[in-house]
Design a protein around this ligand. Sequence first.
Ligand code: GDP
Ligand code: IMO
Ligand code: MG
Length: 430
Amino acid sequence: MANVAVIGSQWGDEGKGKIVDWLSSRADVVVRFQGGHNAGHTLVIDGVTYKLHLLPSGIVRKSKLSIIGNGVVVDPWALLEEIKAVQAQGVAVTPEKLIIAENAPLILPVHAALDRALEAARGKKAIGTTGRGIGPAYEDKIARRAIRICDLEHPDYLKEKLSGMMLHHNALLKGLGAEPIDENDIYRALMDVREDILQYTGVVWKILDEARRKGQKILFEGAQGMMLDVDHGTYPFVTSSNMAAAQAATGSGVGPDAINYVLGITKAYTTRVGEGPFPTEQNNEVGEFLGTKGHEFGTTTGRKRRCGWFDAVIVRQAVKICGIQGIALTKLDVLDGLEEIKICTGYELDGEKLDYLPASADKQARVTPVYETMEGWNTSTRGARSWKDLPAEAVKYVRHIEELIGAPVTLLSTSPERDDTILMHDPFMS
Ligand code: GDP
Ligand code: IMO
Ligand code: MG
């Protein structure tokens, strides 16, 4: 019996939410282990859409335990809003069903203010962040300044810690020409939500240890995607956390032996939100076709996603760095009706061929893709629930992707709906 980690293998928005929701019927516990409310995971169940940011995608299922691990940065106000929103949709969220790690750091309003001020200061070199305060909150964690969930239990200590933190941040805000923030306002706002948040707090590493000893199955839900990883992505155009599969262990408090199967989530083409290199981007009618047909607008910020051809180089890189054993290929249906489809198999740079994306920002911006062209298909794959329902050209496309990235397709998704999913191999049975 395996525990499974789900990892985005591109620049995020691969359809992780849909796949985690689908897989969670086979799991007992679903754990988020990095990122924050920069994530936007969309679930469509019997025509009803749920948009999740911080809550693990297992939350919609009645009997599953949802956990927010220590690797996540938690904005308490955003979390409570999100809980309210899903409760209004009929989803039960109780302290029995949702547990937040007591050692998770908080995102405070000052982090969002800093995120915006820093982006403004970057001018033309802006990263295009979600403006949620993710980067500054992770900076505070590493700088040992962060307020953590457990600090809410001790108002005096909280006040003292907040004072030190705000002295630092207000100096920075002033330097950036932004308005300073009154620490007393943040303190009062925290005291207002303190009880509501503390009811969900728990010792996550212990709970996960107990779950493992009981033989329960754990599903680790990654946010973002490998090319946004702070070490392995298109730095500095990345987010501020690691999403490489090893983070599932550190970000939740289990040993690496707890992750038995790494499932990469991969879109049948490529998208990216925000700035930064994107070798296969199609700033033309192909990009428009993919964006319109795939409804490529950000779940969190509503921004139009940049679209392009499938880039086998970056997915192959994610497969190696994460130890991806199989992938869930999503949005194949979006390619229906294209006469021909291109796949990037390598890059060229200064007259040389490359089979990987180099780390240097300069080189990443200058690589040009080498494409193979494949025949498209005219029939619809949307909603297909069996491999035999797919046209021969679509099967060929999937098989070629497997060959190029060096990993098998374990699951195939053919629409946003939960059950429009084809299972080739059950990752929990590995
Ligand atoms: P995530 O951030 O990885 O969870 O992905 P998002 O939810 O941000 O974006 C994926 C979008 O694609 C959502 O609107 C999903 O409902 C939708 N989606 C997921 N799988 C499929 C699929 O196989 N086909 C189509 N057409 N849409 C899909
Ligand atoms: P999900 O989980 C796509 C991008 C932002 C920006 C960069 C840094 O839905 O796949 P941040 O606010 O994190 O400091 O922004 O990362 N980004 C995402 N892009 N999907 C996401 O999450 C993202 N989360 C952050 O657009 O380019
Ligand atoms: Mg998303």
